[in-house]
Design a protein around this ligand. Sequence first.
Ligand SMILES: *[C@@H]1O[C@H](CO)[C@@H](O)[C@H](O)[C@H]1NC(C)=O
Ligand SMILES: *[C@@H]1O[C@H](CO)[C@@H](O)[C@H](O)[C@H]1NC(C)=O
Length: 315
Amino acid sequence: MAMMCFIVPLLLAMLAEADEECLEMDVRMLQHSAFVSIETQLASESEAARKSLENCGHLIQDACDPNANAPCSNNCRIHTHGHDCYRPVPEVMAEHPGEDGFCYFNYTGFWVDPLGDNPDYVQSASHAILAIRGSYYEGFKKGPLITFNFEGKAITTYMDAMHYSYDDLYGYSLGYLQGQGLEPSLLQNNTEWISVSKAKCDQIQNTYKFQNEELVLADWLDYNQVIATKVACSAKLQPYLMSKSVLAAARYKSIDDCDPVTARDFAKHHYIKCLLGYPNSAADAAYLLARACLLEMGTHIGHFSECPYSPDVDF
Ligand SMILES: *[C@@H]1O[C@H](CO)[C@@H](O)[C@H](O)[C@H]1NC(C)=O
Ligand SMILES: *[C@@H]1O[C@H](CO)[C@@H](O)[C@H](O)[C@H]1NC(C)=O
């Protein structure tokens, strides 16, 4: 799930208040409550689903690699398939026909969480919305109103949780918000939704023509925080506790001297999920479509009851 990528700013916000030694535990608790529950839910749906999650890659130790640029964001050095993290994803996947990339690279980053077979995208989107929000949700339209300056346009949103800045703009950039042309009813048929996702993936690659050397898994893992920092730049927000290497990669010197995020950044982030399997990019897309919509002639992003479709979660 793209979903998977958004929790990091939220983790980092939490870390600002957490003791060092609590860090690992908090991160693990969050992961447990958030992602394991989604996986369990989906995996329990059928025997087939469980079978497809046998023999996934996994960590070779209990804790995430502390050298990653953010908590649990790059476990390649301690992963059973870690050697393949440093090669282009298209080459790796070509050697594993029919395998799911999220299973193969399971947990290289905390958001790389394999789905079972036959996913229910209405359910997975709702679960993801709740899981990623965690306890850091301020309430519907209770967060600060922020303005993105993105690709020459000004777009506002209420940042009701830390990850909203990333995910709202990510959804908008990919065209996966309600009001950008896709009917939420499509989520009800997973075959159809996966083909919608595949079409989007093809369109992304037709537009950006990413070269194999740009599509290396470890770089993708490390870049998630760089994107979060560039999003902060686009909204004139202070990035939370980013490491020096992340700030340098985002060319972040100050709130007025930094690189804004681009449509290309978001497209590449999503495209790696496409390469790891269309059911995974489809889960990302389902989450983005369910949670937000484009309003006010394309100048404001709304959520829940402001949107044509509101997922079955409290807000
Ligand atoms: C994915 O990896 C994590 C961490 O090693 C492990 O706990 C989990 O069981 C793995 N998931 C699957 C489906 O194998
Ligand atoms: C889902 O969509 C596919 C492809 O359009 C179609 O063949 C199938 O009958 C649909 N399934 C359901 C349950 O509607």
